[in-house]
Design a protein. Structure first.
Length: 126
């Protein structure tokens, strides 16, 4: 086994690493970017039972893992829906462009300015 697999990578360390050791048992690692997944010093995944014996709160980290998985699934559904909406919008714009240019809107008729709005207002008061 290569030396690189025995220890967490720098990306994993920057994400945060937690380690626990139960007495004379092996040291167990958990990377915060992958909550609820536990590794030994050789990079092999270990069971939740071994992690619990080492001192991890496995029920808390299992819930965090499920939360992350469900958030990722929701984000992928949202991204898929947004891609569909973008495709529909592009199709609508292409259909409008195929019809040709829109006609220029007619200009509103010019209004003649009133002689004195203030004078009309004063006249209405009396």
């Amino acid at each position: 086994m290569s030396w690189a697999l025995k220890f967490p990578t720098m990306e994993q360390v920057n994400a945060g690493v937690m380690s626990c050791e139960a007495g004379d048992g092996p040291r167990i690692w958990m990377i915060f970017s992958e909550p609820g997944r536990y590794y030994d010093c050789q990079g092999k995944e270990v069971s939740e039972g071994a992690a619990e014996r080492a001192g991890f709160d496995t029920s808390h980290w299992r819930l965090q893992r499920l939360k992350g998985e469900r958030l990722a699934a929701a984000q992928s559904r949202i991204a898929e829906e947004m891609a569909q909406l973008a495709a529909q919008d592009a199709a609508r714009k292409a259909a409008e462009a195929a019809k040709g240019p829109k006609p220029e809107p007619k200009a509103a008729p010019a209004r003649e300015p009133r002689a004195s709005a203030a004078r009309d207002f004063r006249r209405d008061l009396w």
